[in-house]
Design a protein around this ligand. Structure first.
Ligand SMILES: [Zn+2]
Length: 313
């Protein structure tokens, strides 16, 4: 299926989301890594003169420094918030972007929000963070963030602003991992933060209950490839900084799996059938939990089956 076909359907879906916040049962993964982050000091890496990567919160946090303070992309887990703050060398956080709503990206929101940071996110991410929601895979509820930790600057498609000498561009990555994913591009520093839309280290997660699916991931990776050049430092939520070539390789694997799993879904294959058929052996990538990956892929495909012409009778 062509990208444009997936997209036209996805676009029509956006308008229907306005009422999402009023739904009593919002659900999804609370985070992509459940390992608690209790480190008191975190590893940092200077990416450019003014952009720093903070690792182990438990995922990656990106910090841009200006004369007026810092701009963060993601705030880490709640119990890592103080360690993230300590990594900033006293710089005050003026702005914070959430790449999506999961707790390992938004746990520091309350701390930085309380200290006056303006929090930016996709409007759907704000909706998730503003209500209690159920996590099916863990059979538990996640509480809404206190008001002070919720995004106040929201958008639907894209936006840009300037912080110090840096132009910051941000935009929606429709239904790649959740339904509220965004990228944040530090244009002048050529650093592109992509959240869980790229996953070079952990198995890619599709939070199907929150709208993420493999077709959305392929589209989003294509959008990111258009933004990046050979010098761009691409920062995923977990794992090492990627080059554009590495992002392209990840895209190619995901596109192959999209083609195969959509085809097999129309033939009535379950995740278990696909595993037995060796679908994941067709790609160079190895998966830590192959069944879990395919289970989520299949859930996402079923939720979007009219996108790829699924017609099981
Ligand atoms: Zn996530």
């Amino acid at each position: 299926m062509k990208k444009t076909d997936r997209r036209s359907f996805l676009r029509t879906g956006v308008g229907g989301l306005a009422g999402l916040a009023t739904m009593p049962l919002l659900s999804g993964l609370s985070g992509c890594a459940q390992t608690p982050a209790r480190a008191t000091s975190l590893e940092t890496e200077k990416l450019t003169d003014r952009v720093m990567l903070i690792r182990g919160a438990p995922g990656n946090v990106v910090a841009l420094f200006t004369d007026d303070g810092a701009v963060l992309v993601d705030s880490g887990a709640a119990d890592a918030a103080r360690a993230v703050k300590a990594s900033l060398g006293g710089a005050r956080v003026r702005r914070l972007f959430n790449t999506h709503h999961h707790a390992d990206q938004t746990g520091g929101n309350v701390l930085f929000g309380r200290e006056g940071a303006t929090i930016h996110a996709h409007v759907i991410t704000r909706q998730w963070l503003s209500t209690d929601y159920y996590v099916p895979s863990e059979d538990r509820w996640v509480k809404a963030l206190p008001e002070v930790g919720r995004p106040t600057e929201t958008f639907r498609l894209k936006g840009e602003l300037t912080a110090g000498a840096e132009r910051i561009e941000y935009g929606y990555l429709l239904e790649a991992h959740t339904r509220g994913d965004i990228y944040v591009f530090f244009r002048d520093s050529n650093v592109l933060a992509v959240g869980d839309v790229a996953s070079p280290l952990l198995d890619p997660v599709h939070d199907w209950y929150a709208g993420g699916w493999l077709g959305g991931r392929v589209d989003a990776l294509e959008d990111l490839l258009e933004l990046a050049n050979d010098e761009t430092r691409i920062v995923p939520a977990y794992g090492p900084v990627m080059t554009r070539a590495e992002l392209q390789a990840e895209h190619d694997v995901m596109l192959h799996l999209y083609d195969r799993t959509t085809f097999l879904t129309t033939k009535g294959y379950s995740a278990e059938d696909m595993l037995k058929a060796g679908v994941l052996d067709e790609v160079s990538r190895r998966f830590e939990d192959p069944y879990r990956f395919l289970y989520d892929v299949c859930k996402g495909l079923w939720a979007h089956y009219t996108n790829f012409g699924g017609n099981i009778v």
